[in-house]
Design a protein around this ligand. Sequence first.
Ligand SMILES: [Zn+2]
Ligand SMILES: [Zn+2]
Length: 346
Amino acid sequence: MNALIYQGPNSKSLQQVPRAILLEATDAVVRITKTTICGTDLHILKGDVPTVDEGRILGHEGIGIIEEVGTNVTRFRKGDRVVISCITACGKCDNCRRGMCSHCEKGGWMLGNTIDGTQAEFVRIPQADTSLHAIPEDADEEAMVMLSDILPTGYECGVLNGCVKPGDTVAIIGAGPVGLAALLTALFYAPADIIMIDQDEQRLDVAKKLGATKLINTTTGNTITKAMAMTFGRGVDVAIEAVGIPGTFELCQNIVAAGGHIANVGVHGKSVELHLETLWSKNITITTRLVDATTMPLLLKMVSRGKLNPKHLITHRFQLTDVINAYDTFGNASREMALKVIITNN
Ligand SMILES: [Zn+2]
Ligand SMILES: [Zn+2]
């Protein structure tokens, strides 16, 4: 089968490899119909993720059709259309049973990390019963791909951890796919204002179309002053950090209101400074989280009923045989005006 292989830092190629097969009775093999590339895949390619070995098939997002199931898989059979969760969950260990599937004793983030991933014609999914979700009859397939990772990540790590509630002022720092997913799902709670902060005018335009009420382009300077003016000097109730660099986390600390929440979503590679000298008395909370994907059933329902339309996040489409070009486009997101790319396997 064709598969996109990680070959060490700054090196990848499309190769013919043996087809994915069942290894355990709880596995399923899924024929991928659509997959996508994540910012995390770019981190891996930079060599930032030491758990990924050379020779690994990348990708942790996608949808497909069940090709084969192990003897202990009870919820799915050959021919079922499924969304693949980026988080593999056994559903039985202590962490899974308290909803923290990201830290499942037999799972967590494995696909495209410690086991072969979804940027291939076929993928093996361990713990299939609790790591796959059936696609509703008339659901839009491209929209379904957004459920594997970015929607649950934006919703769980940003909106739920940030405790967004009606009337809140929410700032989202970073208008990439995950920041925009946080924006779309923050709208469930009717915040009074959503301030989108980014350096890319085109991404801010998309945010405005999706429901952001105020925009700040950081390249024009004075971001803190502008955000404080937009909140009459109070600051924001919720600051969602969706970038993952020290400067954006610092910005969150500068604009959070008393009693507010900083919800970190970004993947950080460097330490940040924590300003307890100003925050100690402000009654704030800071949260971190790896997506658990436990909200998948809720999000599936919202997408299939038309209450949530993540298709706006898709900007480019490629065939799997053209996956290298898809990486070039996604890797130059600003120049190519790219958000999410859809990769189809025919
Ligand atoms: Zn991802
Ligand atoms: Zn588990």
